[in-house]
Design a protein around this ligand. Sequence first.
Ligand code: C2E
Ligand code: CA
Ligand code: CA
Ligand code: CA
Length: 278
Amino acid sequence: AAKRARLGTSVYEPSLDVHNAAQLTVISDLRHAIDQAELVLHYQPKADARTGAVCGAEVLCRWQHPRLGLLGPDRFIPAAEETGLIEPLTRYVLDHALAQCHAWHLTGWDVPVSVNVGAQCLHDTTFPDQVAGLLARHGRPASALTLEITESAIIADPIRASDVLTKLRELGVRLSIDDFGTGYSSIAYLRTMPVHEMKIDRSFTTNMRTDASSGAITRSLLGLAQNLELEVVAEGVEDEETWSALAALGCDIVQGYCLSRPLPPDDFATWLRDRVLG
Ligand code: C2E
Ligand code: CA
Ligand code: CA
Ligand code: CA
């Protein structure tokens, strides 16, 4: 924590690039953004690979910046991670996503939500209690929530991460390993980590039909997941042919532009209504 930059001072991590004025504005505005609810959540549907039935939505954060417009997560998540703001940001995202999940439940749609969680949260032993508190506040069962975690978050401190993940699993929250195949020494950890689901990174799936090595990696990741009895989500599925190929290989769930881009909540509801009612 001593290494972390403090907001409101001129001490920033070198990797944040002090010469980039726009980036500095972003960091100094981020806490304000969380307090003022300027962060907006978009929802991207996931579907059963065989039947096409919608089975959940990934929650993707954007920032409606008053001067810079709508910023994607790549513009502020890395800064949030380096300045300690990722924990309040993650609580914000969980809080709003579970509120949305409850609102959809009241209209008759049970759409489980998947929320992205970075390394800091997995190393915070109070995180499982925070999650339990938010589920209770919004009256949602733990089964309505999946947490997507990256391999690098686990590898940074495997013992503490395993502790936090075990508590989350005991709560009944689903755990997913995100961007699988892009981290290091992941396969050894997979065996010992209490996760339910593997997400194959879109760098492999998007090009699997045109690039032989992407295809080979996708097939071997699917085989690995099946042997470990993990559910597999393929992200970045952009066309019908790739969807069919993945279904034929036994992939369980697909997500990507082929189904829909991430949508604001109202558009997501419209999309879902059109799809369900034809
Ligand atoms: P991710 O978790 O791997 O999210 C998937 C990204 O792929 C999203 O980008 C999504 O819009 C994009 N995508 C989905 N389908 C397709 C497709 O068919 N083709 C292509 N080319 N791209 C597709 P996005 O929304 O820009 O998010 C980028 C990253 O930001 C996420 O990667 C995630 O790591 C991070 N992120 C987003 N929201 C949050 C958050 O609330 N908390 C944390 N900690 N990280 C977040
Ligand atoms: Ca994700
Ligand atoms: Ca991913
Ligand atoms: Ca990714």
